[in-house]
Design a protein around this ligand. Sequence first.
Ligand code: RIB
Ligand code: CA
Length: 313
Amino acid sequence: MAPRKIIIDTDPGQDDAVAILLALASPEDVTVLGVTAVAGNVPLPLTEKNARIVCELAGKPETLVFAGCDVPMKRKLVTAEHVHGKTGLDGPKMDDPTMPLQAQHGVDFIIETLRTHDAGTVTLCPLGPLTNIATAFEKAPDIVDKVQEIVLMGGAYFEVGNITPAAEFNIYVDPEAAKIVFASGIPIVVMPLDVTHHALTTHARVDAFSALGTKVGDMVAAWTNFFERFDKEKYGSEGAPLHDPCVIAYLIQPDLFEGRHVNVEIETQSDLTLGMTVADWWRVTDRKPNAMFMGSLNADGFFALLTERLARL
Ligand code: RIB
Ligand code: CA
């Protein structure tokens, strides 16, 4: 089967970085048409710089990296330096990137790419707030029907929130954008905290990254060690959840995941539950299912795939 053509929309963040590495290490499964940065974990000037750092680390400086939106559609930006550190990629020391940032705005790249490729052949892979995606849909409604699928990291149901008691960070930062995306009618696969909290970077798994004996392995080990401290203190878990690589792993090996096609609505009015993904998991309403909401993961299989692919870089 031909590799899936994808656009990665991202707010690096250590876990985004590992997702980008996994994608660039898997050319037989995915063709990365471009990487669009969005404000999220850290402000846009850092997320676009970090995206370029990661593409260079992967040995793919020819990757097209774009800067997208620097603020959410209707709200002030909320960032997560408390999790990812000041740079967004804290942990190891990193050199500034030398590869160029594309001049075109990330939203315009998404629009142009969908307009110039056959309908149903481009998959969008959002790993951060959905601002770029929703802005593209608002600016160019004609592209909505051309998207093959959206596979995103975001939301939570049984696992509840990580930035508020009710909301996961990516959705919380731009709930209006999420509402637009979930109402688009495009086939959506959701990797919520319910799944990503089982993708924990235990010591054995981090040791496997270090054992690769490569710069990529060492960087990923250093990032996951840094990233872990926040989750360990909060959840008492051994290891940090590697959220975003679940999106790319799904494209490569979907049977690592199980979920249900259910209705998911986004709370945009209530201050108490703003950004909550209200998943009708038990189908108690007559609301139309609009998303494949993942609920479980084969964690050992996920890390085996990830480590094997990272070894290629
Ligand atoms: O809540 C986890 C998500 O928020 C991940 O995508 C992480 O990178 C941050 O963007
Ligand atoms: Ca992210």
